[in-house]
Design a protein around this ligand. Sequence first.
Ligand code: GLC
Length: 505
Amino acid sequence: MNIPWWRDAVVYEIYVRSFADASGDGVGDLPGVRERLPYLRDLGVDAIWLTPFYPSPMADGGYDVADYRGVDPLFGTLADFEALVTDAHELGLRVLVDIVPNHSSSEHPWFQAALRGEGRDRYVFRDRPNNWQSTFGGPAWTQVEDGQYYLHLFAPGQPDFNWRNPEVHAEFLDVLRFWLDRGVDGFRIDVAMGLYKAEGLPDVGDQSFTTSSPVWGQPEVHGVYRDWRRLLDAYPGERMAVGEVWTDSPEDLARYVRPDELHQSFNFAWLEAPWSPTAFRKVIDDTLSTVPFATWVLSNHDVVRHRTRYETADPGTGLARARAALLTMLALPGSAYLYQGEELGLPEVTDLPAEARQDPVFFQSEGKLPGRDGCRVPIPWTVDPPSHGFSPGGVEPWLPQPATFAELSVDKQEGDSDSTLEFYRRALAIRRDLLRRIPYTVEWLDSPEGVLFFTRGPLICAINCGTHAVPLPGHDSVLLASGPVRRGMLPPDTAVWLERGSQPG
Ligand code: GLC
């Protein structure tokens, strides 16, 4: 059977503004990413996902796109993008780009025309707003000069498209072609459960991401992905799409990955789960029983970094649990999405001063919510201030890095076998080798309370979520542990990969 590259891929999310700055303006850019591709090859990932780098007024860090076929000068040029794709492919890395189909920027020529009264039907204009709220806080409607209101489920600078207008549909097929023709291997689809809203835009009581919501997950959206799938399949080279789907139900998630729709959808269930063996086991069972190709995510540019989530829930455990969760996730069948900096064990930066913050969530919630800047602080490459090698020279990065980033920098961790970076490198290298020998299934073994043991053929993964060390299950060799494993005992907050026998299971 031909196994498509993405089925077991480890995909590394690059939040472009915060990865590496080559131009020296304090903001990450495409040439910065290009320079660091060898680092990603050495880390052992299979693909990169680039967050939006398109022309944008940056009302939401680039998720407000003014031109879907270009590169913002802040991030470089189209030629820089093409060079990046060429280099990535030479290094054996696939490239995914972010497509933002739910909304454009208010600076997009279509919205500018709509403001002048031309082509308003490409967006959602109404004489009277309903009671929907913006995901970032405040009403989801903004009034324009002639008295009408337009819908924006996110910032006012992000007007929602009207997907019931065929012109929108045609435009996005063309945008996909534009990037496919430039060699991208696939797309990450922003707010993939958005796009269509229930006819009549009824008021809602609860606006969370539920299956019954009139705001999200309307059945018509699946027709879009069927069309996109046909387009992707018409290109050579296993092009793929992964949807950002927030939903309360694994069955609903599975609808997005029916054989003629998206290849993958992000599975946020683990990211939302507490540190608990019961919760982890449920997430794993629910996922593997509902979707043909699983994905696993611990962190991304929208959530508190997992090290800090675990640390906040139980002080003193953050890094150990983050490493244990990673090892467990990488042992599961399917594809893993990593977020830049997690391989360094970066924590969320929780004490950014208000004047440094940039996320619209902070502003639209009138400072009640900190927003997502804390997971977007630029990567520390070296120990040296002011930017820890993020920007050349003495340039300050667009968000300030805490002094603690020096110790976590790539330079500091490289070659130190106890470091989180070297742990990730070993885990990814072993996983790559294991994938040739292990089946796409999980079998649970009996385990002590608070602990999970599962096998995939010769691989055994054990994670201890309890409070006492437990004996390791029977094995022939220890492949890798997330923390100290001695005298056959697995301490709390630790996971391990073991191997038994040598024949495939
Ligand atoms: C997605 C993105 C997030 C963005 C939002 C609106 O959730 O991941 O960063 O703010 O969509 O585009």
